[in-house]
Design a protein around this ligand. Structure first.
Ligand SMILES: [Zn+2]
Ligand SMILES: [Zn+2]
Length: 340
């Protein structure tokens, strides 16, 4: 079966033939239907200290159809469609019970979503209702992060949310803010290229980062933000987020900046800022994301700008290393390559 392999920064990702996986006890085999390209598939293959290990399969935002069951799997049948938690959490250890599935002591990496098939523990698979498409199934993983972040921020109904950036994490924050009855939601971003989708998901206003005049944010929000979410991940943005927060405000660092991004602690103390660094999601965040996709009026599939074949992935990853206009790009490993 084919799977995408990371060969080190500066070298193209290659699509390679690897042995078929067979599901062991408690596992099942997924025929992968869609796998989304994450910002980390770009940033963690670019030569930073946080790069994925060389030789490793990549792709962690995936959903698929069950085509084979291992021993001792109950409650799931062949033909079911599942979204997958790619850290393979056990669901039983202290970290899993605390809602920190990414830190599961028994966890096993299930990367390899950019591939044709993948054996996963049944505990990592979450049933998709008929109304949720395969592409939306692959959006569960990135979208669950926003719900976890709002929980960490102590979000309450009516809270005004300011979001710096319009990338995929920002979209997740807008989505959950709107679904959970936030007050006004305002997005500050560099360009207008994502304004349409940002508004479709639920933002009330967008403001340009460089043209922002004093007071514009509060005017658009109808008051000071209760929560400021930094979703850009570039040096200087964390302190900017703190600067935009009022006394007693809460700041979320979600940009996953991989280089130093200084804040001045005294400035933060003068406003008693609460600063949080959420990552990942709990099992409940995952199931609630699926339930909300099922119940909601906004179709998450509208966030998908491109669906490409596996063979087109290396070229797409390189294209996404420079400024681009793609939203969420999905790989469909069953799609025949239409060029080259
Ligand atoms: Zn991701
Ligand atoms: Zn665990």
């Amino acid at each position: 079966m084919k799977v995408a392999i990371f060969n080190g920064a500066g070298k193209p990702v290659t699509i390679e033939e690897r042995p078929e996986e067979t599901p062991g006890s408690g596992e099942l085999l997924l025929s992968i239907g869609r796998c989304g390209i994450c910002g980390s598939d770009i940033s963690m293959t670019s030569g930073s200290a946080f790069d994925y290990a060389t030789g490793r399969p990549i792709g962690h935002e995936f959903a698929g159809e069950v085509i084979e069951l291992g021993r001792d799997v109950s409650g799931i049948k062949v033909g079911d469609r599942l979204a997958c938690i790619p850290s393979g959490p056990c669901g039983k250890c202290a970290m899993c019970l605390a809602g920190r599935t990414l830190f599961c002591s028994e966890g096993t990496s299930l990367f390899g979503g950019f591939g044709e098939r993948k054996a996963i523990p049944a505990t990592a698979g979450f049933l998709l209702p008929d109304s949720v498409s395969m592409a939306e199934g692959a959006l569960v993983e990135p979208m669950a992060c926003g719900r976890r972040a709002l929980r960490m921020a102590g979000f309450e109904k009516g809270d005004r949310i300011l979001i710096l950036g319009a990338g995929n994490m920002a979209l997740s924050m807008i989505y959950w803010g709107r679904q959970l009855d936030a007050g006004r939601i305002v997005v500050v971003s560099r360009s207008d290229k994502r304004d349409a989708i940002v508004r479709a998901i639920g933002a009330d206003a967008t403001i340009r980062l460089d043209e922002e005049d004093p007071g514009a944010i509060e005017a658009a929000l109808g008051g000071p933000p209760d929560i400021v979410a930094e979703c850009i991940g570039k040096t200087g943005m964390l302190q900017l987020a703190v600067d935009k927060a009022p006394i007693g405000g809460t700041v979320l660092s979600l940009g996953m900046c991989t280089v130093p991004d200084p804040v001045i602690p005294a400035l933060n103390s003068f406003k008693e800022i609460s600063l949080h660094f959420p990552i990942g999601y709990s099992f409940e965040d995952f199931t609630e994301t699926i339930r909300t996709f099922d119940a909601g009026t906004f179709k998450p599939e509208d966030m998908v700008s491109d669906t490409i074949a596996l063979d087109q992935l290396p070229e797409m990853l390189d294209a996404m290393r420079t400024p681009h206009t793609h939203l969420k790009v999905m790989v469909d490993p069953h799609l025949e390559c239409t060029h080259g």
